[in-house]
Structures are given as C-alpha cells and as structure tokens.
Design a protein around this ligand. Structure first.
Ligand code: ZN
Length: 146
C-alpha cells in the first residue's frame, strides 16, 4: 500500500501538535506558579498579564509575555492579536492587585473568547493566592508539579 507522507514543518520527535493543542490542562510547573506570583508582586499595584504555554501533555510549562500588553491600574489589556501563532499557547494569566481571585465580567468575556485555561493571581501573591479557570469560568484545580 502506498504511503503518503506530506512534508511537515515539525519534526516527528516534537510529538503530535494536534494532540497537544487539545489536551485538558491538569498540571502546572512549580516554577510557573512562582514566576507568576513574583510578576504579580513586582508589578503591584498595576496588573501583570501573560500567556500560558504547554509543551508537555496536560501541563503548563512556562509563560510567554505578550508583546503590547500594557499593565494598567484597572486591568491588564490583553492584545490577543499579538499572540504568536503557536499551538503551545493554551491560555492566559493576569494579576488582581485587589486580591480578588474570582474572574470579573471582563475576564469571563476574555476567557470565553480564547484559550482553555486561565489563571488569576491576587495580592498578597503568596503561595496559594491563585486560582485556575476553564474558558467557561469554572474553577479547576491544577496540581503543582516539579
Ligand atoms: Zn481580572
């Protein structure tokens, strides 16, 4: 049987991007949590915003600063059109200087528009001052892994 092998830009060792792009996020690397809490703290009292990347199945592996994202006193202004065309980008993270960990109405609109997993970190940015939400705004528990 003839074997049709289309030219691919990705090496096979990189895995199946289709699978990576649709898997459910259940875990987050510890260094990501530490980094987003530190970023929220260092930009306080302004907001911090970034994209979340997943280069391992089910796991947020790093953050990606979005070009053109402005930290404002009211809300991080996500420039979604500035996002790179990158299947490893799975969602967003932003901080709430108020300390509230629930999504605002504007956040829910953003969540619904794009991405699969969204994290909110809040003042005082200690170890547990963060929550993760689905694109529908439902809170989900992510395991912190090394
Ligand atoms: Zn928000």
């Amino acid at each position: 049987m003839p074997f049709f092998r289309p030219k691919r830009r990705r090496k096979e060792s990189e895995g199946a991007p289709g699978h990576l792009s649709t898997h459910t996020i259940r875990k987050v690397k510890r260094h990501v949590v530490e980094s987003i809490l530190a970023s929220g703290s260092s930009t306080y009292p302004n907001e911090f915003g970034a994209a979340l990347r997943s280069e391992e199945v089910e796991t947020i592996t790093d953050i990606l600063l979005i070009p053109g994202t402005t930290a404002g006193k009211r809300h991080a202004n996500f420039q979604l059109y500035m996002l790179p065309v990158d299947l490893t980008v799975v969602g967003t993270v932003h901080s709430h200087p108020s300390g509230a960990l629930h999504p605002s109405e504007a956040d829910l609109t953003l969540f619904r528009a794009w991405g699969r997993i969204h994290i909110i970190v809040g003042a005082p940015f200690r170890e547990y001052n963060w929550r993760a939400y689905t694109n529908l705004g439902e809170e989900v528990t992510l395991s912190v892994v090394d």
